[in-house]
Ligand binder design. Structure first.
Ligand code: FMN
Length: 330
């Protein structure tokens, strides 16, 4: 997306070219909804964002389902600060995936992302999400059907884990995605079996990177600018997807771009939390607001001691007026 930039010169004829990085906001179902997406992308640094997944079984959804999942489609497929959004689909029926992909793109989605990483037991029992990693051929069929349904200039990406139980099919899966016609691939550096247990195995990503020609986007456990550099060194790719790290440090993408190693500032984050609260109070049913506020605060308290203090006073509070006063006083 970004043009290569000549940043300086070793001597008069040897330019050093800064390799452009791409930073993507991860899909996070039930967490990174339209409200949090708006707020996080407004902090800057993201090239695009992937929506929560839409589970595709065997039919084409009506437009309203896409608009509900991704209200940004009503605004040219962009979050309010201008960051494009890519709809994510999850399913194993190539035909249904292709038809829904076509519709999503015609409604304004910035390409299509395909989910091959979801660890949910219900989804996996129905042979979708990460269970498809047991059968590379099934990945190929879905990616290829989606690719064939879309114009050549529209990006198709796929997101996978290192494997289901182990790494034995890791390269086969990556190759299946590439030969199906995907333009890029994101890999969460864990197997389904590893769930979310640290560490993320960034070094395994280097093996994938070496064996494919399409760009690789590294994902998993990038919490700080230092983690970004460690991930790049281990995986060999400058492109990353940030999930929980961006939820905990909303300006992480922007800091990575500026290579700014400063500590997170609670006062700035507190103001974002207040903005978030005001946003959801205006748009969400009252009964859901307290839960959403606590859900984000629960992430923030992992890095901000003041957020932990606020969490302790509001965790059992559900009364809107009281919550508001406690938030203002934090
Ligand atoms: C609450 C939550 C919801 C998620 N939902 C999705 C999803 O809808 N689609 C998907 O591909 N990955 C989903 N993921 C996985 C993330 O996109 C990402 O791969 C994972 O969190 C690892 O990255 P991180 O360490 O930067 O968070 C979800 C993760 C979390 C924590």
């Amino acid at each position: 997306m970004r043009k290569r930039r000549v940043i300086n010169s070793l001597n008069n004829n040897t330019p050093i070219v800064e390799k452009p990085m791409r930073i993507v906001l991860a899909p996070m179902e039930g967490l990174a909804d339209v409200h949090l997406r708006r707020l996080l992308t407004a902090q800057g640094g993201f090239d695009w964002v992937v929506s929560e997944f839409l589970r595709v079984v065997d039919r084409v959804y009506p437009d309203r389902v896409f608009y509900k999942l991704c209200p940004e489609l009503r605004h040219g497929g962009k979050v309010s600060c201008g960051t494009p959004i890519r709809v994510q689909l999850m399913g194993n029926d190539p035909h249904a995936m292709a038809e829904n992909a076509h519709l999503a793109v015609s409604l304004g989605s910035y390409g299509i992302d395909i989910n091959f990483g979801c660890p949910s037991k219900t989804v996996n029992r129905r042979q979708a999400g990460s269970s498809m990693l047991k059968d590379p051929e099934s990945l190929y069929r879905v990616v290829n059907a989606v690719r064939c349904a879309l114009p050549a200039h529209v990006t198709v990406s796929a997101k996978m884990r290192l494997g289901y139980d182990d790494l034995s099919l890791m390269l086969d899966n990556a190759h299946a995605i590439e030969s199906g016609g995907a333009n890029e691939i994101t890999v969460h550096a864990r197997t389904r079996l590893q769930g979310y247990s640290p560490p993320a195995h960034w070094d395994e990503l280097a093996k994938i990177k070496r064996s494919i020609r399409i760009p690789l986007i590294a994902n998993g456990d990038i919490w700080t600018v230092a983690d970004y550099h460690a991930c790049v060194a281990a995986s060999g790719t400058p492109d990353v997807m940030l999930g929980r790290g961006a939820v905990r440090c909303p300006d992480l993408a922007s800091k990575i771009r500026k290579n700014e190693m400063t500590e997170p500032q609670w006062q700035a984050v507190r103001q974002l939390l207040i903005n978030f609260w005001q946003d959801i109070r205006q748009t969400m049913p009252e009964k859901d607001c307290a839960g959403r506020l606590k859900q984000w605060l629960n992430h923030l308290r992992k890095v901000h001691p003041d957020a932990e203090a606020l969490w302790q006073v509001i965790r059992t509070e559900n009364q809107i007026g009281k919550l508001e006063r406690l938030l203002e006083a934090a």
